[in-house]
Design a protein around this ligand. Structure first.
Ligand SMILES: Cc1cc2nc3c(=O)[nH]c(=O)nc-3n(C[C@H](O)[C@H](O)[C@H](O)COP(=O)(O)OP(=O)(O)OC[C@H]3O[C@@H](n4cnc5c(N)ncnc54)[C@H](O)[C@@H]3O)c2cc1C
Length: 395
């Protein structure tokens, strides 16, 4: 029986574990190691900040959903991977593997910018449930005592969508409350232009976001790196100082420490088209943990996003590859990844599609429509239902 260890229990980890068990049954002993015993539907964190969701609406207990499928759950952080000995080390045990799937997501590297982040600094963040809960409290204070807000992304970020969503959602809510004129909003970003999103833009996304920001009086400040943050202001590397009452800034991304030695200088894991490590043939990496080279060199360095949709596709391909190898079958030939994204805009939403992820592309679509908002609501309910029942084979 093959012993397969999956690191992480989010989009990538759960999908890989369910698929491996589904494809291999008794031929595989599948274990998930994760430092978080909750699956959090991260795309709904902006809604949680706005007060439109509670943590329990978007959270599942990992142990409870893995157990019925016969998958072991080890609720511990991986401290180290020894790829030569094929072992994962936690604080209390050594776990050997025949195959390893790494889906540990990003390390949020607040420390790279003095004063950044909710723990040791002055800025808020939307990337974890706990950070989003705290940002929701800051948001309530802004409503009671309005003042300038700065939303956006620092250098080396590779997930831009949530900051755009929050800018649109907060604009919508402030107008609804009749206090928008008391809250100047700056959209500060390391992207070379708004709508770049780390993928060189999607069709007309530059013009689309510029027009929306102009109509909503959101001031874009692009192509910027942050030097430091103080209690009152963000100091940019070019010397500009931006005062704020609420600053919600996405931090630089790195690979997590336990797996970073297997990766590139930023700790992201190099893989082939089946998501197999380029050096260690029994190690796979999917989702945010794997490396994709940027489509172009930007003046301020940024990364390529790996969306939930992409992560699920990667996890399915990795699982199918491992299962095929164990069963001595031909390996799958994965199709090129595409981006499908639903961006909430408060009073409406946008549907974005880019195929393939990086330009030049065969296809791009960008449509603003209320139906996209309904699709986003449906995606949340559907994905949580699918994960709760381990139905990873569904689209
Ligand atoms: C606010 C927000 C909004 C988003 N909106 C969308 C959207 O609308 N559409 C979309 O497609 N995508 C969206 N995304 C992106 C999507 O959430 C990610 O693509 C997806 O979460 C990536 O999954 P992952 O499994 O690679 O990593 P993650 O989701 O980051 O999960 C990493 C897992 O690894 C675990 N872990 C970390 N370190 C260790 C360790 N040392 N040992 C063991 N376990 C560890 C974590 O606890 C976690 O379970 C959004 C992301 C955020 C943050």
């Amino acid at each position: 029986m093959a012993k397969i260890v999956v690191l992480g229990s989010s989009f990538g980890g759960l999908t890989a574990a369910f698929e491996l068990k589904r494809l291999l049954g008794k031929e595989a002993d599948v274990s998930v190691i994760s430092d978080d015993d909750r699956f959090v539907f991260l795309p709904s964190l902006p809604w949680l900040i706005m007060g439109w969701r509670k943590p329990e609406d978007i959270t599942l207990k990992v142990g409870e959903i893995l157990k019925p499928k016969g998958i072991n759950f080890i609720h511990e952080a991986a401290k180290q991977v020894d790829p030569d000995a094929a072992k994962v080390l936690t604080a209390t045990q050594t776990v050997p593997y025949d195959y390893l799937v790494i889906s540990t997501g990003p390390y949020l590297s607040f420390d790279e910018i003095p004063g950044l982040g909710p723990d040791k600094g002055y800025t808020d963040c939307t990337f974890t449930l706990d950070h989003a809960v705290r940002t929701g409290q800051t948001w309530k204070r802004i409503i009671e005592n309005p003042g300038p807000m700065v939303l956006g992304s620092a250098q080396m970020v590779s997930c831009f969508g949530p900051s755009y969503e929050l800018a649109f959602e907060m604009d919508t809510e402030l107008r609804r409350m009749g206090i928008r004129h008391k809250v100047p909003i700056i959209y500060l970003t390391s992207e070379p232009y708004v709508g770049h999103m780390g993928v060189g833009g999607l069709g007309k996304s530059k013009r689309f976001i510029e027009d929306e920001f102009a109509e909503r009086d959101i001031k874009p400040v692009v192509n910027q790196a942050i030097e430091e943050v103080t209690q009152e202001e963000i100091r940019l590397k070019d010397g500009t100082k931006i005062p704020f009452k609420l600053a919600m800034i996405a931090p630089p991304f790195k690979g997590v420490a336990a797996v970073a030695p297997l990766g590139n200088p930023r700790g992201f894991i190099p893989v082939d088209k089946n998501y197999r490590h380029t050096k260690y043939k029994n190690v796979f990496a999917v989702g945010v943990a794997m490396a994709i080279a940027p489509p172009e060199q930007t003046p301020v360095p940024i990364g390529v996003p790996k969306t939930g949709f992409m992560t699920v596709k990667m996890a399915k391909t990795a699982a199918e590859t491992i299962a095929s190898e164990i069963k001595n079958r031909a390996l799958p030939l994965p199709e090129e990844l595409s981006v499908v994204c639903l961006m909430d805009m408060g009073n409406t939403a946008a549907y974005m599609k880019a195929k393939p992820v990086l330009p030049p592309r065969q296809e791009t679509t960008l449509k603003k429509a209320l139906w996209a908002k309904w699709m986003k609501l449906g995606f949340e309910r559907y994905f949580l239902w699918k994960m709760k029942h381990g139905l990873s084979n569904l689209p």
